[in-house]
Ligand binder design. Structure first.
Ligand code: 7TS
Length: 404
């Protein structure tokens, strides 16, 4: 199957607009992706003709809403190859999913002296909740350092694991540098010492297929909005035995079996972790995003993204004043330009309709480790980007340089 990107782009209405008098070149996909028409239609359809609360009423609309909501959960389970939809907990996003594990598992199970292993490449969402756990329990955070290529140092990592390590929490793909982390090797090291593993897949699921059983991680988390779904919906996958042992995090309606003023018993998985009315439309919209991706050949999409990445890296490498940070392998490329503040460049690119992100990318400790006090300029890709988008960015940088 040949890939006709220009036809595929027609599925994404937001891409076909002008910004500041120029056709939009959207290269901020690591922050959030655009949505295909099928996702927009699914959101609209739910609110227009199925709107009702789930799991509550005997009436027809509630039945339809519940069916669509639970069908979306099953789609997520198939999408990441979870053994069962009961392993899929809806959250607001990656951040809330990590907080759920931090509060339910971390706060209750970790003790003074236990160790949590993170990496230098983590997003704040996979740092700050663990700091809160450490502050409350006396657990200790250890951090896997980087090699000279800004990749995780596996030798150093191996030395950091000990019998005190209780959890490895690690991103699959770095949002700031586009580096793919050696999570299989790290999960294997964690297993040797009996530590649990949480994988932050926020920057992975939109770029390549993920199989949580093959990874054999204990928890896997991601956000719908970074994989062409709506904002405000995300996923925690967890192994059943663990989820069953973990206490609820938030409590209230929807998550109970029986309530009296003396005692409450909690619902089964996954409802035990889903207090209150959920983001029903968001879940259905994420299901529609999965339907959309499932209708495409993802290996061809990944090949296309790779060729864009190589085009971008070659173009940037040819610019003597540009320095690419690390060795990007998926999705995002971070760079700096001699004597140019990232924010100034981004403003000049925006004037040309080109959307990139600048700054610390919610990875301040990483920027500190790399000595990048002003952060970087980050261009991040999705399969709907084109060679013309990359050419526009490269030409946009040349044009911006005239101002400096
Ligand atoms: N983890 C990673 C690896 C991320 O890239 C992000 C968001 C998060 C966690 C948090 O996801 P959320 O949906 O809960 O906010 N990353 C970015 C980014 O790179 N630019 O904007 C948001």
């Amino acid at each position: 199957m040949a890939l006709d990107i220009h036809t595929l782009r027609l599925d994404f209405p937001a891409l076909a607009q002008s910004v500041n008098g120029h056709p939009l070149v959207y290269l901020d996909n690591a922050a959030t992706t655009q949505k295909p028409q099928g996702v927009l239609d699914a959101l609209n359809h739910y609110y227009q003709s199925q709107n009702a609360n789930v799991h509550r009423a005997a009436h027809a609309l509630s039945g339809q809403a519940t069916h669509a909501f639970e069908a979306a959960r099953s789609k997520v389970a198939r999408f990441i190859h979870a053994p069962d939809a009961k392993h899929i907990i809806w959250t607001r996003g990656t951040t809330e999913a990590i907080n759920l594990v931090a509060y339910s598992f971390g706060m209750h199970s970790l003790k003074a002296g236990d160790e949590i292993l993170l990496s230098t490449l983590e997003h704040h969402a996979n740092i700050v909740p663990w700091q809160q756990v450490a502050a409350a329990t006396g657990a200790i955070i250890k951090v896997i350092p980087l090699t000279e290529h800004a990749e995780l140092d596996l030798t150093a990592a191996a030395a950091l694991f000990s019998t005190r390590t209780r959890l490895l929490a690690i991103s699959q793909v770095s949002n700031a540098l586009g580096v793919i982390n050696p999570i299989k090797e790290l999960i294997a090291l964690a297993k040797q010492v009996g530590a649990l593993t949480l994988v932050d897949g926020a920057q992975a699921v939109g770029h390549f297929p993920v199989d949580v059983q093959a990874l054999d991680c204990d928890f896997y988390v991601f956000s719908g909005h970074k994989m062409f779904g709506p904002t405000g919906i995300g996923v925690l996958y967890g192994k059943r035995a663990l989820l069953e042992q973990m206490p609820p995090w938030q409590t209230g309606g929807e998550m109970i079996r029986q309530v009296s003023f003396e005692h409450t018993s909690f619902g089964e998985l996954p409802f035990k972790f889903e207090a209150g009315t959920p983001n029903i439309a968001g879940a259905i919209g994420l299901g529609a995003a999965i339907d959309y991706l499932s209708g495409l050949d993802r290996s061809i999409l990944a090949e296309h993204e790779q060729s864009l990445l190589q085009q971008l890296l070659a173009g940037l490498t040819a610019m003597p004043d540009v320095h690419i940070i690390g060795r990007p392998a998926a999705g995002a490329v971070s760079f700096i330009i001699d004597d140019v503040h990232p924010q100034d460049l981004a403003t000049l690119l925006d004037m040309q309709g080109i959307a990139v992100r600048t700054g610390h990318h919610c990875a301040m400790p990483l920027m500190q480790a790399l000595g990048l006090s002003q952060g970087t300029i980050r261009a991040s890709l999705a399969f709907y980007n084109t060679a013309d988008d990359i050419a526009a960015l490269l030409a946009g940088i040349d044009k911006a340089r005239e101002f400096f």
